[in-house]
Design a protein around this ligand. Structure first.
Ligand SMILES: Cc1cc2nc3c(=O)[nH]c(=O)nc-3n(C[C@H](O)[C@H](O)[C@H](O)COP(=O)(O)OP(=O)(O)OC[C@H]3O[C@@H](n4cnc5c(N)ncnc54)[C@H](O)[C@@H]3O)c2cc1C
Length: 323
């Protein structure tokens, strides 16, 4: 069984951040296993993506290319990757844990009588892969045994995208045989969500509000802070459940997973279901009047105080600093 192959996803013609994070996880795996790190791009015209991937420190970039891979379908991706795996015999296949990957990767793994170790948050000697269980209350360690490639997908925010160094990789092309009759679904329009949809996953700055805000009428307080910082506004679940902010702004196990440079949590207690969605943030600042609030356990900076006093003062200070 040879190398580690990381499957990079096409996000509007570029490689998305979740894929760079998966490559970073692949790099860690390469250090643990002393295997080579390689990348895969998939599509009908993959040259631009392959060229982008080839600027990173990987041994090889494989372009899996076929006209029927122009639009994503689970069947075509599964068939194409299956043939590539049969030909290449990789030791590990690593994916970003995106919706698309969740759609086809378990079927791909099952086709080779393997399982997918999904939503991995860390890895150690062995290699042992760590993933969360029961809404993040427990973590489990998994080791691959037996023959065949090991399939893992990487949770967003668990590995740093910027840990992958630049390089100059060779590019090869793999052309799978795909019978059009084997594709059982018709690709529709790619999912774009409503016009309101925000991609919190790639926001560099986030101000997130919780039940400490007390009522919807008080939201302008945090909106102003977010505007002063140039940050996206996010929320804990009760805020979205109440309809005070749209569901797409919810962070946590049943919302979005985020990993901004700055996550400013305002009046959020830090329940485990919230923490699993934001603990990968580079810098966490929490404002809470309760010094025992669990959010302070993950915070880099904590302000113990009444948000109705702290937030306006902070907003003013930020505005003043910008002048
Ligand atoms: C299956 C399941 C899935 C879930 N998914 C999610 C999820 O995706 N995201 C999520 O967020 N939650 C989720 N939850 C809910 C989660 O368990 C918590 O109930 C929720 O995160 C609490 O939100 P909160 O911190 O805003 O509210 P609270 O827990 O009520 O905390 C409010 C905080 O505000 C502070 N506060 C109050 N007044 C002030 C003030 N004036 N100034 C400063 N601080 C103040 C309080 O000290 C307190 O710490 C889920 C629960 C379950 C069971």
């Amino acid at each position: 069984m040879s190398g580690i192959w990381v499957v990079l996803e096409d996000r509007d013609g570029r490689i998305g951040r979740a894929s760079w994070e998966a490559l970073s996880a692949g790099k860690r795996l390469a250090e643990l296993t002393a295997k080579s790190l390689n990348a895969i791009v998939i599509g009908s015209a993959t040259e631009p993506l392959a060229n982008e991937a080839a600027t990173m420190a990987v041994a090889e970039v494989a372009r899996i290319e076929h006209p029927l891979l122009e639009h994503y379908t689970a069947d075509a991706y599964t068939i194409a990757l299956h043939q590539f795996i049969q030909s290449e015999q990789p030791g590990y296949v690593v994916f970003p844990h995106t919706y698309q990957v969740r759609d086809f990767a378990p079927a791909l793994a099952a086709r080779i009588s393997q399982v997918l170790i999904g939503d991995v948050i860390g890895m150690a000697e062995g290699p042992v892969f760590t993933r969360q269980l029961m809404q993040g209350r427990l973590t489990g360690n998994y080791r691959h045994s037996g023959s065949g490639p090991c399939f893992i997908s990487i949770q967003t925010g668990a590995f740093r995208a910027d840990a992958v160094q630049t390089g100059a990789a060779g590019v090869t092309k793999f052309e799978p045989q795909i019978d059009p009759g084997a594709i059982r679904t018709k690709p529709g329009e790619p999912f774009r969500g409503s016009t309101q949809t925000v991609d919190l996953g790639s926001a560099p700055l986030i101000v997130s509000v919780g039940r400490g805000i007390k009522e919807a009428d008080n939201l302008p307080l945090v909106e102003e802070l977010a505007a002063a910082l140039g940050a996206e506004l996010a929320a804990s679940r009760p805020i979205c459940d109440n309809g005070w902010l749209p569901m797409e702004r919810q962070v946590g196990s049943s919302g979005q997973t985020v990993a901004p440079k700055l996550y400013l949590a305002v009046g959020i207690s830090g329940a485990i279901q919230h923490l699993v969605g934001m603990k990968g943030s580079q810098c966490i600042v929490a404002i809470n009047k309760d010094p025992e609030a669990p959010i302070f356990e993950v915070a880099d900076y904590g302000i113990v105080g009444d948000l109705f006093e702290v937030v306006p003062a902070l907003t003013e200070a930020i505005k003043a600093a910008k002048v």
